[in-house]
Design a protein around this ligand. Structure first.
Ligand SMILES: Nc1ncnc2c1ncn2[C@@H]1O[C@H](COP(=O)(O)OP(=O)(O)OP(=O)(O)O)[C@@H](O)[C@H]1O
Ligand SMILES: [Mg+2]
Length: 260
């Protein structure tokens, strides 16, 4: 199973470098109690990765040598957040281990081109919980870019034939428009691929910095996995027990996306 904890749920996205330590600790407890194996955790950048990546235009590729230090800073910012997550997991007795995308993935114009999965697969076999995150990565066309946690979960789910993808964010699921800015936004409990493709262009960008495109790009990334038969559920990870219930396959408020 694949779980993505969005930066919107584990950091305060409006404030630079602000983790939501309480949320991280609670979510780690939920993961512990759910006791699901094999599990891969991916987390987003929130107020750690996005602002630095944006400042140095890392997702636009190499145009200026001054970006090189920005690449380092972006990756480093992500390792700080990742350390908090991995430390909390280990403190709960979960054998978590960080897998930096920057060291095992090369993209081509932003899409995963090569992914050395040997260590990851061995980790799963041995009962580790691999923890990946959206990261600055090297790119065969544009030298470097940002790889989103959303592309990572989708790609991993497809290549490992995952049972399900759980996406945790700071809203109850997918709406017909951004629920934070559009009062007429309606909550979607269940949606099929055809309906989702129709809705896709109406989904809002969100108002906080997200260099990987917010909800519209998230949906776009998830579509191929759903197409391949991996169901997706988007839930509110800021509300206690939602991630626990989703991991256990229990009924939970959220948006279920299925092929048909
Ligand atoms: N149609 C929509 N339905 C639900 N949320 C939407 C919609 N349109 C925009 N959003 C916004 O998308 C946000 C979640 O996406 P966002 O990329 O900001 O977070 P994230 O992916 O969890 O963070 P990160 O990229 O750091 O991991 C929500 O906070 C919500 O305001
Ligand atoms: Mg995002």
């Amino acid at each position: 199973m694949l779980l993505k904890l969005g930066g919107s749920a584990i950091t305060t996205k409006e404030k630079h470098f602000t983790p939501d330590v309480e949320a991280i600790m609670r979510l780690v407890e939920e993961i512990k109690h759910a006791d699901v194996s094999p599990l891969i955790l991916v987390h987003g950048g929130g107020s750690f990765g996005h602002p630095v990546a944006k400042q140095y235009l890392i997702n636009e590729g190499y145009t200026d040598s001054s970006q090189i230090i920005g690449f380092s800073k972006t990756h480093q910012a992500m390792t700080v957040l990742n350390n908090l997550v991995v430390d909390s997991l280990i403190n709960q007795g979960i054998p978590a281990i960080a897998v930096p995308a920057s060291s095992c993935i090369i993209t081509k114009s932003g899409r995963i081109e090569s992914f050395e999965k040997g260590p990851l697969i061995k980790m799963l076999e041995l009962g580790f919980l691999p923890v990946l995150y959206g990261d600055a990565v090297l790119d065969s066309d544009i030298d470097f870019t940002i790889l989103s946690g959303d592309q990572l979960v989708s790609s991993l789910a497809m290549s490992l034939n995952a049972e399900r993808i759980i996406i945790g964010v700071d809203v109850d699921g997918l709406y017909t428009a951004d629920p934070k800015t559009d009062l007429s936004a309606r909550f979607i409990q269940h949606i099929t691929l055809t309906e989702l493709k129709r809705l896709q262009h109406r989904v809002g960008e969100g108002k906080v910095t997200d260099v990987t495109g917010g909800m519209p790009r998230k949906i776009q990334e998830l579509i191929p996995a759903v197409e391949q038969g991996v169901p997706v559920i988007i839930v509110n990870a800021t509300k206690p027990n939602n991630i626990y219930k989703a991991l256990r396959g229990q009924e939970v408020v959220g948006t279920e996306i299925e092929r048909a």
